[in-house]
Design a protein around this ligand. Structure first.
Ligand code: NAD
Length: 457
């Protein structure tokens, strides 16, 4: 077993260390989960729901301490940590409300003595391999509906959000969930690899394209369910008739919230040439007003960069863009203080020859490109290998709908951005992944539809 070191990215301090799982412990935990799952699947839905409802109560009671832990290990501003946990409460409410109708047996045909029904059976034992940037959201989108629908969950939190992962496991067990039904596996990528080698019935992954592609290659021949929620390079277009200040304030928040480390952060902005300059002025002014600093401070809006190597990515994107002619309007470099810090950065005069406009930045930096028409904006927005979200700002709903219909993305926004709803499916196009979570589809996805042909003799 190797030792996992957990650092505070805002200070560089070692928070704690703990032993990782290894191949043998992963195999043993998988066997226990396999043995526990049938009894859970046979437990009445009302009891499964009661257990998740108790988990919700415990989360709500402990928001303050859970938020402090999350902030300490990922550097997220404390208000945003609290928002995330409170947001999960709303998602749990949706799942509790919708699980019963979503998995009820459906009679789709009945004539003479013949009846046809669709049943929904749990997949069995699933792997939930999770990212660090929103551990409550991306984890909860999987383990809550998976448990409600009768599955056992082998949960591998990110090695950068492992304390939060342990709290989630503790609260589920305190809520009365049998210990072997939800098992946290501690460690980095090699523990994920060991998990994928087990006899499991589905893999639900949230993380980078590079890891997702590796997992797809490993899991493909196994013929088990595979869902991959990956990165993005999400664009937004501000039309010539939009209010430049309102759009700028909304998009600055969409680009910089969570220090730009959201899968659906706004990562590219296109602005019609008629309002481009006004938009840029308002955008830069808004960004300069964001307070960067101690993530435990209530007034902090920009926190630390969670993973140190991302500082190099950000620095290289800025250098590449400025070398190719972009203008740096603010920020542009790492900040010399303990921990991982990068200045909120705005670049204009950018184009698609630059890495900044092609590859996920995952930090507080953004490129703004001037465009001459709606058609040019649509062409540029779709010029990407990703397709998670895309948005349009204009007061004209008909124009927005025409534009949004042309965008290759799982989610589209009119006059908003960086928004996720439990009622709507969350999915990606292209290298943003396959499968979906959330909505009633995101409940059914943890079940196998079974076709029943019943003839009364
Ligand atoms: P990552 O790919 O580095 O790690 C994700 C998880 O995979 C971690 O738990 C990690 O330990 C594990 N892992 C690493 N190598 C593995 C392997 N070979 N086999 C199995 N597991 C392995 O991603 P990250 O840095 O944690 O997260 C950031 C990325 O996640 C960004 O690209 C972001 O856009 C994406 N993301 C997507 C969504 C979405 O809903 N589409 C949501 C959040 C984050």
């Amino acid at each position: 077993m190797t030792m996992l070191h957990i650092y505070n990215p805002a200070t560089g301090e070692l928070l704690t260390e703990m032993l990782s799982d290894d191949a043998a412990s992963v195999a043993a935990k998988t066997r226990l989960a396999r043995a526990a799952q049938p009894a859970w699947a046979a437990t009445p839905l009302a009891e499964r729901k009661a257990c998740i409802a108790r988990f919700r109560t415990l989360l709500a009671e402990q928001v303050e301490s859970l938020a402090a832990t999350l902030t300490s290990e990922v550097g997220k501003p404390i208000r945003q940590s609290r928002n995330e946990i409170n947001g999960l409460l709303g998602r749990i409410d949706f799942f509790l409300d919708q699980v019963e109708p979503s998995i009820a047996t459906e009679t789709v045909f009945s004539e003479g003595g013949m009846t046809e029904q669709i049943g929904h059976e749990p997949l069995g034992v699933i792997a939930n391999i999770s990212a660090w940037n929103y551990p409550y959201f991306v984890g909860g989108n999987v383990f809550v509906p998976a448990l409600l629908t009768g599955n056992a969950v082998l949960y591998k939190p990110s090695e950068f959000a492992v304390l939060t992962g342990m709290h989630i496991a503790r609260l589920l067990h305190d809520a009365g969930l049998p210990a072997d039904l939800f098992v946290a596996l501690i460690g980095a990528g090699e523990v994920g690899t060991a998990l994928l080698a087990q006899k499991i019935d589905g893999v639900f992954f949230t993380g980078s394209y590079a890891t997702g592609a590796r997992i797809a290659a490993a899991v493909g021949p196994r013929m088990i369910k595979l869902q991959l929620e990956l990165g993005g390079k999400d664009p937004s277009y501000v039309c010539d008739n939009a209010d430049p200040r309102v759009a700028a304030e909304s998009l600055a928040d969409g680009a910089m919230y969570n220090t730009g480390q959201s899968c659906c952060s706004v990562e590219r902005i296109y602005v019609h040439e008629r309002i481009h300059d006004k938009f840029v002025d308002a955008f830069v002014e808004t960004v300069k007003g964001f307070k960067l600093g101690d993530p435990m401070d209530e007034s902090t809006y920009i926190g630390a960069i969670t993973r140190a190597p991302q500082l190099d990515v950000l620095e290289k994107q800025v250098a590449d863009a400025t070398a190719k002619g972009a203008t740096l309007k603010c920020g542009g470099k790492r900040i010399a203080r303990s921990g991982n810090w990068f200045e909120p950065t705005v670049l204009t005069g950018v184009d698609h020859s630059m890495e900044l406009m092609r590859e996920e930045s995952f930090g507080p930096i953004i490129g703004i490109q001037k465009v001459a028409s709606d058609a040019q904006a649509v062409g540029l927005m779709n010029d990407t290998r990703y397709g998670l979200t895309a948005g349009v700002y204009t007061p004209d709903e008909a124009r927005a709908r025409v534009l949004l219909a042309q965008l290759n993305a799982g989610t589209v926004y009119w006059n908003c951005c960086d928004r996720v709803s439990p009622r709507l499916p969350w999915s990606g196009v292209g290298d943003s992944g396959i499968g979906l979570t959330l909505s009633t589809y995101g409940i059914q996805t943890f079940t196998r539809p079974k076709a029943w042909h019943l003839r009364r003799s």
